[in-house]
Design a protein around this ligand. Sequence first.
Ligand code: MG
Length: 388
Amino acid sequence: MRIKAVIERTVKVDSNVRNARVDLSQMTVTVIAVITDQYVSGRPLAGFAFNSFGRYACGGPLRERFIPRLLAAEPKSLLDDSGDLDPPRILAALLAREKSGGHAERSMALGTLELALWDIVAKRAGRPLYELLAERDGVPLPGTGTIPTYAAGGFYGASDDVAPLQDEVARWRDAGFIDAKIKAGSADMTLDRRRIEAALRTLKSGARLAVDLSCAFDGVGAVRFAETFKPYGLWWLEEPCDPLDYEGFAMARAAGTPVAAGENLFAPREFDNFLRFARPGSDVVLQPDPPLAYGVSGLRDIVAIAGAHNLTPQSIFPHGGNMMSLHVAAGLGLAGVEAYPGQFGIFGGFSDEVEIGDGRASLPKAPGLGFEEQPALFRLFSELAVSG
Ligand code: MG
């Protein structure tokens, strides 16, 4: 088995929203297709992935270093003993000429590529990726065939009117979500209070509401926010501070509401430092993003690091709201998966196979990551695959 070509392209994301700090209207994403010399059911065997949105496309390091390195490697050196592609081994090989640290510069390019390789491995086996991952790591799959999910979104709009937010939350509730997360952390606490109250009013009774503060505060501001909203019993405060502001996180946590972080950490060692120095407590929620943080291999290492800090995989809710996060969450036995209903154009959401009900997402049957069951996105991948 050989990799014949790797094709990447930068695509604009259809997203016109903003959080407390960043407007996402210029967002781009890298889509990638890895083409092999194999055929499955008469079709060329290819793997697909895209990088996490919220950060921009990562084509530079792919074009300049990692794709040439992959294609120059001795094909046999990329395979495991059974003749399948070996994504962890390939990742290690691609890191061979890389210095330590500085993960942000390459982790997303490598993580995206690594996930496309896993897509190939699982498609060749004719199985959904989560099944393969669970089997390899001895993770029991849920007997219900579903995993927990929550709806995320609730971005700021053009005005202070909370009616659009309330409509959005009502759509989540009616679509089968229970728990939810909305953006907060604007300069206007009165507006945030109205938004939080509107969301709580709209969700089912007993539902949990988290807020995503998008790194809006320093420690003092985070404490002020946490104390102001403590009576609402929020599920968690996500990124109250910059992810490297460990002291700020420690201050926020001390104010009494659980904290969450991880979508802006790039490598297992960064999670280790965060857990060591930010002292986020045993109820912390970790949110690594699979393509951002070195793919499945990175997520496996993050699970191990969490374990070394006495946290179980149930502390981890991967970021992303897409098929990659869903497979990794189920396959590694994580807490569940974030969902972004109706956001980010063709890159948001799960495949048509995935059904939402009672706050849970059904696990798909399609082989690999299953982008084939996400028609608009798969059209893009198909065009990409033939463009090489
Ligand atoms: Mg977030």
